[in-house]
Design a protein around this ligand. Structure first.
Ligand code: PEP
Length: 253
């Protein structure tokens, strides 16, 4: 059975003190209030990973993730962090190809394929993001566009490698905008992506892959989105910065 996952993407938010306080609150609420099989991943600023690791140690179901890594092992890439660096501090997850990275740092599908490779080589779980813009949704074959992102960044993987990847479908028009895909729109895309995976890797493998929805997920809409058969959880931006909202989203899964 594929995993149910709720991941928080803190982006470039919180000072260290605030990050510690938020982590402690989330840890306590999740411990006290969450049952069932959902996994929680906190994708925090890289600078805080080592400190926050101490605050989640021994806590059932919660792990940390980075928000990006470079596609090379090491070298003269000022300001970047590498997958081996994450591995060395025992960080198990990394977001790859968030739309903000694609937009502001011009990350391409081919480059993201390399990032996925280096993450997997270092034992990290890539949370691979994909999704269309509003313009693409209105004027293009938007499902074909997202399928192509997956083809170009993931379809070189073996079936075994693919099962170590988590996919996050995040329509760009819904990220940070307060606009959410309807439950039907989310299910339409998730089912199409799973069928796309099944065409290449077979149904059994496709059924193993967790596909998360992201885009203005909040306490009020999480349950409806997560009720879809192909929505295995969420990647949560804004609402992950508030412990109560984030915990309610986790409980909805
Ligand atoms: C995100 O950035 O991954 C995201 C989904 O943001 P938000 O929940 O704020 O729309």
């Amino acid at each position: 059975m594929r995993k149910k996952i709720v991941a928080g993407n803190w982006k470039m938010n919180k000072t260290l003190d605030e990050a510690v306080a938020l982590t402690s609150e989330v840890v306590n609420m999740i411990k006290d209030e969450v049952s069932g099989e959902v996994e929680v991943i906190l994708c925090v600023p890289a600078l805080y990973l080592t400190t926050l690791k101490k605050h989640i140690e021994g806590v059932n179901r919660i792990s940390l993730g980075a928000q990006n890594c470079h596609e090379k092992t090491s070298g003269a890439y000022t300001g970047e962090i590498s997958a081996p660096m994450l591995k060395a501090i025992d960080i198990p997850n990394v977001i790859i190809g968030h739309s903000e990275r694609r937009q502001y740092f011009s990350e391409t599908n081919a480059q993201l394929a390399e990032k996925v490779n280096i993450a997997l080589e270092n034992g990290l779980t890539p949370i691979f993001c994909c999704g269309e813009s509003l313009d693409q949704r209105q004027n293009e074959d938007y499902i074909g566009f997202v399928k192509n992102q997956i083809t170009e960044s993931l379809f070189h993987l073996s079936a075994e490698q693919l099962t170590s990847v988590v996919i996050a479908y995040e329509p760009i028009w819904a990220i940070g905008t307060g606009l959410t895909a309807s439950a039907e729109q989310a299910q339409e895309m998730h089912a199409a992506l799973r069928a796309h995976l099944a065409e290449k890797y077979g149904k059994e493998v496709a059924d193993e892959i967790s596909i998360l929805y992201g885009g203005s997920v909040g306490a009020a809409n999480a349950a409806e989105l997560f009720a879809n058969p192909d929505v295995d959880g969420g990647l949560v931006g804004g609402a992950s910065l508030k412990s109560r909202d984030f915990t309610e989203i986790v409980k909805a899964r």
